[in-house]
Design a binder for this molecule. Structure first.
Ligand code: FES
Length: 98
């Protein structure tokens, strides 16, 4: 989206997901499942994952692929990213169950 389209809206960056020095469950999941290589696409992938899981905490692989389709990754081939999103959903369920 163009920056002007975000006028008068709230924007959350990767740094806004948690406090200083903390990792979100999504970041943990991407680390555990090797959901990145060079890391160039990773902030976008993580923020798309956050938006997806906020709306749908139990996405299917098809729903994950659909959510990620606007983000390009030149390194991973997407399999590890999809595994990371599934792992983040699982970690989120466990966190809510506590
Ligand atoms: S990890 Fe390199 S572009 Fe996605």
């Amino acid at each position: 989206m163009l920056a002007v389209q975000a006028d008068n809206t709230e924007v959350t960056t990767l740094e806004g997901l948690t406090g200083l020095g903390e990792l979100s469950v999504i970041q943990e999941a991407f680390m555990e499942e090797y959901g990145f290589q060079c890391g160039f696409c990773t902030p976008g992938m993580i923020l798309v994952t956050k938006a997806l899981l906020d709306e749908n905490p139990n996405p299917t692989v098809d729903e994950i692929e659909q959510a990620l389709e606007g983000n390009l990754c030149r390194c991973t081939g997407y399999e590890q990213i999809i595994e990371s999103v599934l792992r983040a959903a699982d970690l989120g369920r466990k966190q809510r169950a506590r």
